[in-house]
Design a protein around this ligand. Structure first.
Ligand SMILES: [Zn+2]
Ligand SMILES: [Zn+2]
Length: 257
């Protein structure tokens, strides 16, 4: 029985498409759920994948682009309809503050539980949560707007790192050094490298190089541009540098420990 399980809810980038939702992932740590990013459709994915809203202990939002946070209003509202009473922490950049206020003033005035916005503000990896066997750190990424990645250490092992939207930069592989499973965004294949540079995103080779330099055991990629329909191209290009690469689909489950 695994104690540390990753479920990928969404692997699309900017817009939802027929068979892909925007970014969201759930980590199940010993039955405690942690949500990472919350793109549109996240709550439907919870239902499809038989995950419980009420078991979510904390939410980590990498940045305030719609494909990573537009699902939050619906999710917060549904948690209240289900009578959640346990306070919920949302770790997010400062710019999430007014968004939460807007939600609370229009939709959440009668919510049954408290939400605490923990402001992310890190120039290098910084521990943001430490509870029992789990420690979570946040580290800055290089994107168009303020954006963070998250590292999850379980029982002293660097189990999982989530590298959301980012252009490649040299420090990143040292910040995720020794991680077992590395998720790295991979918006484009080589063919569209110019777009990746212009939009502060990564291509296959960037993700694969990061995994190689970090000495990761396995690389999981996602956040695919809807321009590229053939997923095998992403996987093939990554595997040239980092053989143990999996191009994730919505609903994929990885038993990390
Ligand atoms: Zn994105
Ligand atoms: Zn973004």
């Amino acid at each position: 029985m695994s104690n540390f399980i990753l479920t990928v809810l969404g692997t699309a980038s900017a817009v939802p498409i027929a068979d892909r939702n925007p970014s969201a992932q759930v980590l199940n740590v010993h039955g405690r759920l942690f949500l990472i990013d919350c793109g549109e459709g996240t709550q439907q994915q919870f239902r499809r994948l038989h995950l419980s809203f009420l078991k979510v202990e904390a939410i980590f939002l990498s940045h305030i682009h719609g494909d990573h946070c537009l699902g939050i209003f619906g999710l917060l509202s549904t948690m209240s309809m289900y009578g959640r009473t346990k306070p919920l922490r949302i770790f997010a950049p400062r710019s999430f503050g007014p968004i939460l206020k807007f939600y609370q003033s229009y939709f959440g005035a009668d919510d049954t539980y408290q939400v605490e916005h923990v402001v992310l503000d890190a120039k290098e990896p910084q521990e943001i949560l430490a509870e029992g066997e789990l420690s979570v750190s946040a580290f800055p990424l290089r994107h168009k707007i303020e954006c963070y990645g998250f590292g999850f250490t379980y029982r002293g092992n660097y189990a999982y790192a989530y590298c959301s939207d980012t252009a490649p930069f040299p420090e990143l592989s040292t910040w995720v050094k020794g991680v077992k499973y590395l998720y790295h965004e991979c918006t484009y294949t080589r063919e569209h490298a110019d777009k990746a540079v212009a939009r502060y995103h990564s291509v296959t080779d960037d993700a694969a190089r990061c995994a190689l330099e970090a000495g990761a055991e396995r690389l999981v990629i996602g956040h695919y541009s809807s321009r590229v329909r053939d997923l095998s191209q992403f996987q093939k290009e990554c595997q040239e540098t980092f053989p143990d690469t999996v191009a994730a689909n919505d609903g994929d489950i990885f038993e990390i420990y």
